[in-house]
Design a protein around this ligand. Structure first.
Ligand SMILES: Nc1ncnc2c1ncn2[C@@H]1O[C@H](COP(=O)(O)OP(=O)(O)OP(=O)(O)O)[C@@H](O)[C@H]1O
Ligand SMILES: [Mg+2]
Length: 518
């Protein structure tokens, strides 16, 4: 009988040695020995089957994202990644060699390891930080996500949905929070109340509470990411002239204490991608891989309908060529409807201090393919930093064998990028000019203020007037703000909206764009 390590090596090679183009995660380990020939890889074609990166604090989740993002960029796949602690920004600089990195390179015999920077683009949700500003119009954000951000109860949520419906019927564009406030104030006026009677009426007190919540949000500077110009998600799908995928990094260090805000915003980005991108079926490699770090913040306190919608977007976005990786401490943070869709798993060490922890370890162990080579439950608690238990979908969609993996070290910097380098990258961004200035198109606030006549008396501006210059001097056609991300059949809804007349009215009003000095 061959020694166990030989059988192990054969099993790993059979599972992971496929021909298809792949992202390399690291090398398999058996009995604490790293086997350089037993490479652990994920086929690019299976990345739209989504994934989970989980593990206790400090076990290596963020470095795993970094390694995956680097490999994807090299393979020409654009990546979106959120940077909660600021350390992902290091992808814009080269790794500083040290003994630990060197030990990994040697243990895995990595011939292609070369410290280098990757093509990155930095994004921000706040005005005070450098980076390309990401904004959504209130209309496009829609009532469901907005209710999550405002922490509305069910009654308030249904009033918000009615308010959106009213705005659509009355052709009032909702661009920023000031528009929403103006709309709610109007609904509390005599005229508004009379009109709302048709919609079943709303309680004055409820509307009052909602207005206060919006004011609170504005005071937290959260109005920065509601407004115009709205971010066009296609701008994440970029490659460099030499064919590498651009890594779009959303800097969230300033927003750590406002998890409901940024996690909901990321959900909007996903929903918007789903809504915008064409159906492509299964591709050789994804169009974009989206890493959702600290995903537990999204699921925390989420009601059933919100969770259903996350599950639905995850399910449907696959055929748009987008892969989503949720990153969180424990698989138990992710609701089962979503967890069941995550085909690729990188599980770092779990801690088992309490009986509850132990139950999670046991449950997690059961989700890995059976293996003769490991005691999975034991491995889960004994994995070293930067090691993980891995199982992914092979090229035919069948789960690969469970493998304890020594993860590759990142080739880019493993810490925060220094401010000078960060500043240089943001200053050179081709997207920066397009999104730098807050625009204030004529919308609900202005229209309600000058209710009669409904169409403001400003001179019509020629439709060909551009809003912002596009990089390279190209002009971007003026666009209408989209409706709220609709979670139903978006295509059908889109067609209905285009027919409704609202679309044309908004188009007419959006072309009167003025830059408001805030
Ligand atoms: N693949 C790796 N290569 C080299 N070093 C690694 C690797 N993974 C982890 N490390 C080391 O472990 C440290 C912690 O890793 P990391 O920041 O990825 O943990 P984390 O799981 O994201 O933690 P947190 O939950 O606190 O965000 C890193 O700073 C690095 O020193
Ligand atoms: Mg981390």
């Amino acid at each position: 009988m061959p020694p166990l390590s030989e059988t192990f090596q054969e099993a790993i090679t059979a599972g992971y040695g496929f021909d298809a183009e792949a992202v390399e995660l690291g090398a398999a380990m058996h009995q604490d020995v790293t086997l350089p020939a037993a490479r652990i890889r994920v086929p690019l074609a299976m990345l739209n089957r989504h994934g989970l990166v989980a593990g206790a604090t400090g076990t290596g989740k963020t470095k795993t994202l970094q390694v995956m993002a680097e490999q994807l960029a090299r393979a020409g796949v654009p990546v979106f990644i959120s940077d909660i602690k600021g350390d992902i920004s290091g992808m814009g600089g080269a790794a500083i060699p040290n003994d630990k990195i060197q030990a990994r390179v040697e243990a895995m015999a990595l011939a292609d390891y070369q410290p280098r920077a990757f093509p990155v683009e930095f994004f921000t949700l706040v005005r005070a930080r450098p980076g390309v500003r990401l904004r959504a119009s209130v209309q496009s954000f829609g009532p469901i996500l907005l209710a999550k951000v405002l922490e509305l109860n069910e009654t308030q949520q249904s009033v918000l949905a009615l308010a959106f419906k009213y705005a659509e019927d009355q052709r009032l564009g909702l661009v920023d929070l000031a528009d929403l406030r103006a709309l709610l104030n109007h609904l509390n006026s005599d005229e508004g109340k009379a009109q709302m009677a048709e919609y079943g009426g709303v309680a004055t007190a409820t509307v009052g509470v909602m207005i206060r919540k919006i004011v609170e949000l504005e005071q937290q500077d959260a109005d920065a990411f509601f407004g115009a110009p709205e971010f066009a998600v296609e701008d994440f799908l970029r490659t460099t002239p030499d064919g590498e995928g651009v890594v779009s990094i959303l800097e969230l260090a300033d927003m750590q204490d406002r998890p409901a805000l940024f996690s909901t915003f990321m959900m909007w980005l996903l929903a918007k991608l789903y809504q915008t991108l064409p159906e492509v079926g299964d591709l050789d490699k994804p169009k974009l891989v989206f890493f959702f770090d600290e995903a537990h913040l999204l699921f925390r306190d989420a009601n059933k309908s919100f969770l259903n919608q996350i599950a639905m977007v995850a399910r449907l976005i696959r055929s748009k060529g987008v892969g989503v990786f949720f990153v969180t401490h424990s698989p138990s943070d992710v609701p089962s409807e979503v967890l069941g869709q995550l085909g690729n798993r990188v599980q770092h060490a779990l801690r088992a201090f309490t009986p509850d922890d132990l139950a999670v370890v046991k449950a997690t162990a059961q989700t890995f393919p059976m293996t003769d080579f490991y005691d999975v439950q034991q491995e889960l608690t004994q994995l070293g930093i930067g090691e993980a238990l891995v199982t992914v979908l092979g090229p035919k969609g069948v789960p690969t064998p469970t493998a304890r993996t020594m993860m590759r070290p990142p080739m880019s910097l493993m810490s925060q990028l220094d401010p000078a380098a960060f500043g240089a990258i943001t200053a050179a961004s081709p997207l920066l000019p397009r999104y730098a200035t807050d625009a204030d198109p004529s919308s609900a606030r202005e229209m309600l203020a000058g209710r009669k006549p409904a169409v403001p008396a400003e001179p019509e501006i020629d439709v060909s007037v551009p809003d912002e210059p596009r990089a390279g001097g190209r002009k971007r056609p003026t666009r209408a703000p989209e409706r709220g991300v609709d979670w139903g059949d978006v295509a059908e809804e889109g067609a209905r909206f285009a027919r409704s007349g609202t679309f044309n009215t908004i188009l007419r009003s959006i072309i009167r764009i003025f830059t408001r000095g805030r």
